[in-house]
Each structure stands twice: as C-alpha cells, then as structure tokens.
Design a protein around this ligand. Structure first.
Ligand code: FPP
Length: 241
C-alpha cells in the first residue's frame, strides 16, 4: 500500500505510539498538585488524537497506565482512574462521530468493574468504525504480553494444534494484543527520558524511536506534525542497505 506524503513531503507513519511522560514535572514547575498535570495530559490526548487523524495516521497507541503504575500512591492511581472515566464518558460520542475505533491493550479487566463496563461498551460501540484506531494501553506491560503469547502458542503446540517449528514472527504477532494492527512505525516518548519502560517491546523491533524534551501536557498537533516530519526524513532499512 503506498504511504501518503506528510506535511514535509516525507512518508506518514501508519502507526504511531506515544509514551506520554512528564505530567508530574509539568505540575511541579507550576507548584500544582500532580493531578493538575494529569488533567492537562488528558487535554493533550484529545488534541493529539485529533491531530493524528488530520495527519492521516491510521493508528495511535497511547500508554495511559502501565502494569507498574500501581506502585504509585493510592491517591494518584485513583485520580488517574477518575480521569480515564471522565475521558471515556466525554469522548465516546466524538469517537463515534469521527469514525474512530477504540481498542484497549493490557489487562484492563483488573480495573474497577464500572470502568471495565465502560471500556467494553466503548469498544463495542466503536467496533464497526473503520476511519482510524485509537489504542489505549491500560495496565499494560510488554513482557507480560509476550509471555502470554508464548504461553498460548506453547499450549496450542502441546494440544497438537500447531507445530512448534511453524511458530514464526507472523504467528507470534497474531498472538499479541496488537494483532491485526499495522506494524509500529514511530514510537515517541516525551519529557526527555530515553527508555521504553516495558512498552511495545516486540512491536518496536523496527520502529523509529523519537525522544522529545516537551512535557506531555505541552505536546500538541504542531509537535506531532514535527515528529511526523522527522520520521519522513529517516532512512528505514529494516536490516538491509
Ligand atoms: C506520565 O507522567 C504519565 C502517566 C503515568 C499517565 C498518563 C496519563 C494521562 C495522560 C491521562 C490519562 C489518559 C487517558 C487516555 C485518559 P508522570 O506522572 O510519570 O510524569 P513525571 O515523570 O513528570 O512525574
């Protein structure tokens, strides 16, 4: 499939993932509680999701809550869950209107039952949408995802359903929670940190990595367009020359 040209004439990534980092530092710099940074983070999610659609990005995957984030103080976890509730309640009609399909990766069934019901409802009501896909990673950890896929394939092999030798990259891809999505092209992390923090470790094998200093609450459509332009300038060789 031909890749459309971006604002600078380079290729537009089909699948972009973002580690949204720096909410706490944004709040601290303003002597505000951390929740204020997360609230602005939700505003950034809205702006960036809209900008991604306008830029022609097919899939936007956002790391909203990692399986390690449970280690944060109880109050902050509660605040983050409250913001997720707020986001789902307020964004669902726009997602439906704009033809966006919602997917969630990660073990979101460990969240409170009302949130699980809201998520399942949002997934079901947007399942028929084909415009673009918004993937939210909730209680997600890449190592756990890879282990779950390995266990599933091992069980299928033990049951005689597949031959161990037939397990290849495509079959493994299919066993991951991101099955069916286009390959990850660009992975962005905001706030100057340069780590993957257990996000999309398998999927990032050939992704371009971009670390930007901007704190997540300050990230916007212009910043995303700049990231896409940088992506368009990269030479992707996938191991070739
Ligand atoms: C990292 O900033 C951010 C998070 C752990 C949470 C990201 C969540 C949101 C942007 C809001 C909820 C999202 C949705 C989709 C409703 P940090 O707190 O680690 O910042 P710091 O490193 O500066 O302390």
């Amino acid at each position: 499939m031909p890749v459309p040209a971006g604002p600078e004439g380079g290729a537009v990534p089909r699948h972009v993932a973002i580690i949204m980092d720096g909410n706490g530092r944004w709040a601290k710099a303003r002597r505000l509680p951390r929740i204020a940074g997360h609230k602005q983070g939700v505003e950034a999610v809205r702006r960036v999701a809209t900008a991604a659609r306008e830029l022609g990005i097919e899939v936007l995957t956002l790391y909203a809550f990692s399986s390690e984030n449970w280690r944060r103080p109880e109050e902050e976890v509660r605040d983050l869950m409250g913001l997720l509730r707020f986001f789902l309640k307020n964004e669902l009609k726009d997602l439906i209107a704009e033809g966006v399909r919602l997917r969630v990766i990660g073990d979101y069934h460990a969240l409170s039952s009302d949130l699980v019901a809201m998520i399942d409802d949002a997934i079901a009501r947007t399942a028929g949408n084909g415009g673009s896909t918004l993937v939210i990673a909730l209680n997600y950890g890449a190592q756990a995802e890879i282990l779950a896929a390995a266990r599933r394939l091992a069980a299928a092999a033990k049951a005689g359903e597949i031959e161990p030798d037939a397990i290849d990259e495509a079959m493994f891809d299919d066993a991951l929670t991101t099955h069916g999505l286009p390959p990850l092209d660009l992975l962005i992390r905001t706030s100057g940190e340069q780590r993957l923090s257990n996000f999309l470790l398998w999927q990032a094998a050939y992704a371009e990595l971009l670390f930007v200093d901007t704190l997540w609450p300050d990230f916007d459509g212009t910043a995303l367009a700049a990231a896409v332009a940088q992506f368009g300038q990269r030479q992707r060789r996938f191991g070739g020359l």
